[in-house]
Design a protein around this ligand. Structure first.
Ligand code: ADP
Ligand code: ZN
Ligand code: ZN
Length: 802
């Protein structure tokens, strides 16, 4: 390669293209497409990705590549193309799209080092460079005469490796191992020759005579009860050898998952998997929508389809929502495929994520189970992509690039000629409508595998409770049933919707509500610190004693946060033990799993939590699920609120009675007649779909129309309105007459961090050039964006209309 085409790490609209750089002699034969480089850019040095190559360039002044950051490509050619597609589709910078596909460690310029992996002889130049050390800083290469080719070859041969220093403790871990240096009979001889008082040396040798397998040094020293110097003595005589071995920080130890074997499929499952397997063996792309209630055996279908893919030597990606990436879910995949599975989710440290990514990159695993970004796993022979709980909004990324994992999965499925399965008990209206039109292939599982009916759902009208004089947040029915279940030694799950409805502070005299001075939303009261916090900008202040408006001392916190429910519950049922699970109690790494394990071990009667408890849980002993405020979600400023309510209620109901004990669900609501609540209580997806489709048609929402949301923000309110107004007019002139442009409207959260936010919504059926118009707008405002701190964000598939 003479000329490298590089995407540089400068996210700006006038730089969103490749730049040509000359490949200097020392990198010739080393540099390949997909590697990261450092290049001079203006007065700076920046990171970049080599995305193409050429023999010559039409530019006169071409600078040299400054440094090569990788010794093997980190991006495949497929991912490079996918990056371009992603950038175009989401109106993002190419560099942003490429970086979204890689683990954090590879996004920045971390310090690097070379680690020696072999005890054998290295190339002489390398030996001189290492000079007896195990690890050397990468910069020493730059100053040395060793050719990059030599280093690259040693890396490929597995003799040395290049490591990133994330944080000294977080990078890859090495352990020192000890093994016999000579054959057993020679060890025996040496053992006899050792002087009587060399007790520890004798013990060490004795150990290896009995157990010749390599063992970790620390463990060995601990076992024998000796120090490194004893070992050194034997090492010096060539009787034992030490060497360094890489260990992956594996958060899910493989050994802890008992192996499972494929179950014999039910008729329904067999019928559903057949067309999937056909596409796998025909190497053809198709999108399947697998619609089946919780417990209908979807996961078993995933597992068997993946087995089929693995048998063909191909690879599989399984996406699950972040929140259900619990040990219970991981167990199902590790249990079937063992160490052939990499797991990726956001609770992993940067180093751990990098480890998992590398296991994929090095082809050490064929299956990845992960949250959204796992859709970019660098597999090269994909045979299937599965998205479980496809309706979950966590599949949409809310930062640049604002992509939906479903779209990326389908795009990759087309490239790899492989099927994509979307699974759900409550598919999105978009997906179900596509399946009905035949764009997706619909597969339905009607029954639960254990033939059990779904639990009964009882709707309780909370207005009647109030009229009957019950002012608590627990209806009499719920209270009675809780008493009954706990009395029988069974367990209860109580769900409260959403953190946004947690405790706010209101004056009982004048009705004044404490709001964030920067965001126009109510502050949340945190009882343990007695402080008021804004959940959008993290502003906080101390809880006042008097109302700032009328000076009354009757200022109190209101609403129903999980903390408050917990208090009320303790008053109502002092004998019941409760585990509370919400953002506050699960902030620490591993806390989520710990609480669930405690509950599974029956260390509490009641699990109380936000919607994070609705997913993926499966407890045998839970026979009652209570939803405290079913309608709090219905009143969010979002056209999907009915759909979300239906999904959540269906999902949480599936938590009860999955096993021998029959389950029951109580839903408390102030709007018992709303169709989403009524139809969820009878598990009637079909009717819900029809009803909701007609609402969407009336109000011209997806899936009848596409949406695009453009949000403008500025410190100066007038400027924000004016820019949005102007943009709305520009769009209106460009689009087709039947396309609707709404705005400027204040965003649902009109101010965040002292910036005023206005938005403009486009509803359209067919606008092939809409992305171009949007790019023109960004160009038009590029000066204001750079110099006047104007912010324009564009979301071509908005989910959170905030
Ligand atoms: P879903 O993913 O739709 O919730 P699962 O695949 O988890 O359903 O299946 C629910 C339960 O039924 C699990 O305990 C699973 O082991 C069991 N199961 C699934 N398929 C079969 C089968 N063919 N025969 C017997 N049990 C099955
Ligand atoms: Zn007041
Ligand atoms: Zn705020």
């Amino acid at each position: 390669m003479n000329i490298a085409k590089v995407i540089v790490d400068v996210p700006a609209s006038n730089i969103n293209q490749t730049f040509d750089y000359r490949v200097p002699e020392k990198f010739a034969g080393v540099l390949r497409v997909g590697m990261r480089v450092v290049v001079p850019f203006g007065p700076r040095k920046v990171m970049g990705f080599v995305v193409g190559e050429a023999e010559e360039t039409s530019f006169d002044k071409v600078k040299d590549i400054g440094d090569v950051l990788d010794l093997t490509p980190v991006l495949t050619s497929e991912l490079i193309q996918l990056g371009e597609w992603l950038a175009k589709g989401t109106i993002s910078f190419y560099i942003t799209a490429l970086q979204a596909m890689l683990p954090q460690v590879l996004k920045a310029q971390y310090k690097k080092e070379l680690v020696r992996l072999t005890d054998g002889e290295l190339d002489q130049q390398l030996e001189n460079l290492f000079a007896g050390r195990h690890v050397i800083p990468y910069e020493e290469i730059e100053e040395s005469i060793v050719a990059y080719r030599t280093i690259q070859k040693a890396v490929q041969d597995g003799d040395i490796s290049m490591e990133y220093l994330v944080k000294s403790k977080e990078t890859k871990k090495f352990v020192t191992m000890v093994r016999p240096g000579k054959e057993a009979y020679l060890l025996e001889e040496a053992h006899q020759d050792l002087p009587r008082n060399a007790k520890k040396q004798k013990q060490l040798l004795q150990y290896f005579i009995e157990f010749p397998d390599p063992i970790e040094k620390q463990l060995l020293l601990h076992k024998i009860g000796t120090t490194g110097s004893t070992l050194k003595n034997l090492e010096g005589k060539g009787l034992l050898e030490t060497y360094r071995m890489e260990t992956y920080r594996n958060p899910y130890e493989d050994g802890s998952f008992p192996q499972t074997t494929p179950l014999e499929l039910t008729m329904e499952q067999a019928t559903a998997i057949e067309p999937i397997n056909k596409k796998i063996s025909d190497k053809e792309h198709e999108v399947f929508l697998l619609h089946g209630v919780t417990g209908s055996g979807k996961t078993e279908i995933y597992l068997q389809a993946i087995q089929n893919v693995l048998d063909r030597g191909e690879e599989a990606i399984v996406l699950v929502p972040e929140i259900s990436l619990t040990p219970q879910m991981v167990k199902r995949f590790k249990g079937r495929f063992g160490s052939n599975v990499a797991v990726m989710h956001s609770a992993l440290s940067a180093g751990e994520k990098y480890d998992e990514w590398r296991r994929i990159h090095r082809k050490e695993v064929q299956v990845v189970v992960g949250a959204r970004s796992a859709v970019f796993a660098p597999f090269e022979n994909l045979g299937i992509i599965i998205i479980d709980e496809e309706h979950e909004t966590t599949y949409k990324q809310e930062d640049q690039p604002r992509y939906h994992a479903r779209d990326v999965a389908i795009q990759r499925g087309k490239t790899h000629h492989c099927p994509v399965i979307l699974g759900s008990a409550t598919p999105t209206l978009e997906s179900y409508a596509r399946a009905k039109k035949g764009v997706y292939h619909l597969l339905t599982l009607e029954k639960r595998t254990n033939e059990q009916a779904m639990p009964e759902v009882d709707i309780v009208d909370m207005r009647e409770e109030l009229h009957a004089g019950n002012r608590t947040m627990f209806s009499r029915k719920l209270k009675d049933k809780m008493d009954q279940r706990i009395g029988r030694g069974e367990q209860v799950v109580l769900m409260l919707n959403r953190r946004g409805y947690s405790t706010f502070v209101m004056c009982r005299d004048c009705g004044h509500v404490k709001e964030c001075p920067h965001c126009d939303i109510a502050l949340t009261f945190h009882k343990n610190t007695r402080r008021l916090k804004c959940h959008y900008c993290s502003y906080e202040e101390i809880m006042p004693d008097n109302c700032p408006e009328c000076k009354s001392d009757l200022i109190r916190y209101f609403g129903t946060g999980t903390q408050k429910v917990e208090e009320a519950l303790t008053q109502l049922m002092p004998e019941a033990s409760i585990i509370r699970m919400d953002v506050d109690t699960t902030r620490r790494k591993g806390a989520h799993e710990k609480l669930l394990t405690k509950f599974a071990n029956k260390e509490a009667d009641i699990l109380l939590g936000t919607q994070m408890i609705a997913k993926g849980l499966d407890f045998e002993n839970v026979t009652l699920v209570g939803v405290l405020t079913a309608d709090s979600m219905l009143h969010l400023p979002d056209f999907r609120s009915a759909e979300k309510t239906f999904q959540l209620l269906t999902q949480v109901s599936g938590r009860a009675g999955r096993h021998e004990l029959a389950g029951e669900v109580i839903v408390q609501t102030y709007t018992p007649d709303h169709y989403s609540i009524e139809l969820a209580s009878t598990y009637n997806y079909q009717d819900f779909f029809m009803k909701e489709m007609s609402v969407r048609r009336t109000f011209q929402y997806p899936p009848y129309m596409f949406l695009a949301l453009l949000t403008v923000s500025h410190k100066n309110q007038v400027k924000a309105v004016q820019a949005t107004q102007n943009i709305a007019q520009m769009l209106m002139k460009a689009v087709k007459p039947e396309t609707i442009v709404l705005g400027p409207t204040p965003s649902a959260i009109p101010r965040i961090k002292d910036r005023y936010r206005y938005q403009c919504m486009v509803k359209y059926k067919n606008e092939p050039h809409l992305r171009d118009y949007m790019e023109k707008i960004l160009d038009y405002y590029s000066d204001n964006i750079k110099k006047d701190d104007l912010l324009i964000t564009i979301d071509m598939q908005p989910y959170h209309l905030m």
